[in-house]
Ligand binder design. Structure first.
Ligand code: C5P
Ligand code: MG
Length: 165
């Protein structure tokens, strides 16, 4: 018979991808980035918040973002990515876990994001309740290769650590 122990730490990983689309806003970590295109999707298509949300759900072994927030559910109709992330963090705290740190990577060919690093870190810190020092955001191009490299999509990856409170 397996014995359930409250693990002192749990790690989680998340990934997301959204198509680029002219006429949409480019919102990353809750920050609107000046750009001549944005990301397609329900809500604000904040690919970074979605990846971090999946990482938190993954750390808890609670499935994925689409399972918790189906776009058919009236409860979540019109909800923003910030609400998804904060709900995942509440699921963690309900189970006795708090977020320790987040590391993430956004893969986008253009525009350059490095000038927005402080704002995106702050956006993610605000969303998660972490200090900015516990939040890392890295940027990469895809070297012009594949859908991201051709400017057709943007991806984000995230790893989170949860600790038993
Ligand atoms: O992908 P690559 O290694 O060529 O990226 C070089 C640097 O450019 C990265 O270290 C990153 O800081 C920055 N970068 C950026 N915005 C992007 C992609 C990369 O600021 N969209
Ligand atoms: Mg998404």
């Amino acid at each position: 018979m397996p014995v359930t122990l409250i693990a002192p730490f749990r790690i989680g990983q998340g990934w997301d991808s959204h198509r680029t689309e002219v006429g949409r806003a480019l919102i990353l970590g809750g920050v609107q980035i000046p750009s001549d295109f944005g990301l397609a999707g329900h809500s604000d298509a904040d690919v970074l918040f979605h990846a971090v949300t999946d990482a938190v759900l993954g750390a808890l072994s609670l499935g994925d973002i689409g399972m918790h927030f189906p776009d058919t559910a009236p409860e979540w109709k019109g909800a923003g990515s910030l609400q998804f992330l904060q709900h995942a963090i509440k699921l963690a705290s309900d189970r006795g876990y708090q977020l320790v740190n987040v590391d993430s990577t956004i893969v986008l060919e253009r525009p350059k994001l490095k000038d927005f690093r402080p704002a995106i870190r702050q956006g993610l810190a605000h969303a998660t309740g972490l200090a900015a020092e516990q939040v890392s955001v890295k940027f990469k191009t895809a070297e012009k290769v594949g859908p991201v490299g051709e400017g057709r999509s943007c991806e984000a990856q995230a790893v989170v650590l949860l600790a038993a409170a």
